[in-house]
Ligand binder design. Structure first.
Ligand code: GAR
Length: 202
């Protein structure tokens, strides 16, 4: 069973989708063993507590630089023997030190069809504001492996979602979550966990 750590910053609806899918037996090769928040007020921490999953808050402002922050995150993950990391609405920046500690073992969900509306500055509602400002008729979500280029790692899964007349960023965000993110992220989690288990056995 691959030991999964989930990194969060906010409401944690994607974390909830992972928890629900694991409970339903849809992530048979993985187990969520730790939730780490970049913010100690994140509602995601309550979701972890309700599901009986250990959690920690590691705040960027408590560390002098990116390396020290990366180091703190890696050390809490290693303490829990985490083998694979899911960024589920984690809005703090991760540096090379973190990424090199988990090569090809980190996935991220992005609320647009990469390469649209991605990279530095595109996170959360800002992504949907940009999509509406551009007037695209189709948007969606992407799960990708994380490397040192923001939103630049190999794409694992994508799903398109229609933009409708009268959408606000909030309405569009909700539709993208319901129709794409909450489906894709658990699926990608199982894909990577299964690959890790196969590698362990070979
Ligand atoms: C989600 O829409 C996720 O795709 C996005 O933040 C939201 C978190 O919601 N992530 C990014 O924008 C990363 N660049 P949640 O806390 O309810 O899962």
């Amino acid at each position: 069973m691959t030991r999964i750590g989930v990194l969060v910053s906010g409401g944690g609806t994607n974390l909830q989708a992972l928890i629900d899918n694991e409970k339903a037996g849809k992530i048979p090769h993985g187990k969520i063993c730790l939730v780490v928040a970049s913010n100690d007020k994140a509602y995601a921490l309550e979701r972890a507590a309700k599901a009986g999953i250990p959690s920690a808050a590691v705040r960027r402002k408590d560390y002098s630089d990116q390396d020290a922050y990366d180091e703190a995150l890696v050390s809490v993950l290693k303490e829990h023997d985490i083998e694979m990391v899911i960024l589920a609405g984690f809005l703090s920046i991760l540096g090379p030190r973190f990424i090199q500690a988990y090569p090809d073992r980190i996935i991220n969900i992005h609320p647009a069809l990469i390469p649209s509306f991605c990279g530095k500055g595109y996170y959360g509602l800002k992504v949907h504001e940009a999509a509406l400002a551009k007037g695209v008729k189709v948007t969606g979500a992407t799960v990708h492996l994380v490397n040192e280029i923001p939103d630049g790692g190999r794409i694992l899964l994508q799903k398109a979602v229609e933009v409708q007349d009268g959408d606000t960023p909030e309405i569009l965000q909700r539709r993208v979550m319901e129709q794409a993110e909450w489906i894709l992220l658990p699926k990608a989690a199982e894909m990577l966990a299964e690959m890790i288990e196969e590698e362990k056995q070979s």
